[in-house]
Design a protein around this ligand. Structure first.
Ligand SMILES: [Mn+2]
Length: 303
């Protein structure tokens, strides 16, 4: 079972659920991700089974490799080798842009999350949904609907959620653990970033940054700064939000659009990528230089 790099709740929940389902039908399963499981998801069942591609207990090659929630093979990161060495490959996803890189491709762009595709497979195999699997799949649903807030929150999403609750998923505790609870240092770094927010371009663009020193002082990691830009995007009348984080290789830039501006286009000009409303760039420039380049480009785009 393979997830994408920098795993989110959908890739993680769907791969662990698929693994549990296959184990129920007697298969031997390994789970591999090229990055560690984020701390906020450690409460999920079976995360202790996740291995890194370098793990010495992995087999040389497998009969089957599953890719969950990856639009392209590149997204598997270092786990790609295991994919190439498998006898058969199965690509399970819901991204409309999926590159169909599996021998078997099970892609449903209508599905709320990749977890919902896994749920359909489980139903077809007549496998009982345990409380653990319901918890994993409910996490995929919350992740991809932005906790029932984005445009994917439709009748299908809500009635599937109701079914998962019937199978034992606990909304309050999953929501709190994965989406609300943060370590103290994350709350502090959040505060420092928000207090420094600046509006430019007549209030249409908002930006802020966090430098290496303040990260170090709080002992904060990249994971602790992940949702700062989404919080910034709550600001009324702001069109684009930019968050800069200084790191050891340069500057990490996160972009969000509240209107029809395609921030993935801006990101791609600097070697980054993402979606229309949410994109990111890893720049090799120092913080000040990266800030100048990106903010200048955005202001040109809004002319
Ligand atoms: Mn997804």
């Amino acid at each position: 079972m393979l997830s994408h790099q920098n795993p989110d709740g959908d890739t993680l929940g769907s791969m662990l659920a698929m693994g549990a389902i296959l184990k129920k039908s007697g298969h031997i399963v390994d789970h591999v991700i090229s990055d560690p499981v984020p701390v906020i998801y450690k409460f999920l069942p079976y995360t202790d089974l996740v291995k890194i591609p370098e793990d010495s207990t992995l087999q040389k090659n497998y009969d089957l490799a599953f890719s969950l929630d990856c639009g392209s093979l590149k997204r598997l990161g270092k786990a790609k080798d295991l994919w190439h060495k498998a006898n058969t490959t199965i690509n399970i996803d819901h991204h409309i842009s999926n590159e169909m890189f599996g021998k078997i491709n099970c892609i449903d762009p209508e599905a709320v999350s990749t977890g919902q595709v896994v749920y359909t497979v489980a139903k077809q195999l007549k496998i009982k949904i345990t409380k653990e699997v319901a918890t994993l799949l409910y996490t995929t649903l919350l992740t991809d609907t932005g906790c029932f807030s984005n445009s994917k929150t439709n009748e299908t999403a809500l009635s599937w959620g109701a079914e998962l609750i019937k199978f034992g998923a606990e909304h309050e505790s999953i929501y709190r653990k994965a989406f609300l609870e943060r370590p103290f240092k994350a709350i502090k770094i959040f505060g420092s970033a928000l207090k420094d927010c600046i509006l430019i371009k007549k209030g249409q663009v908002m930006w802020t940054c966090v430098n290496k020193d303040s990260m170090k002082k709080l002992n904060a990691t990249s994971e602790d700064t992940e949702d700062i830009v989404d919080y910034m995007a709550r600001t009324k009348d702001v069109r684009i939000c930019v968050f800069f984080r200084e790191d050891k290789n340069g500057t990490k830039v996160s972009l969000r659009a509240n209107d029809d501006t395609d921030v993935s286009k801006i990101a791609s000009l600097f070697g980054g990528g993402g979606h229309k409303k949410a994109a990111g760039i890893n720049m090799s420039y120092p913080l000040e230089k990266a800030k100048d380049m990106i903010l200048k480009k955005i202001q040109e785009e809004l002319k």
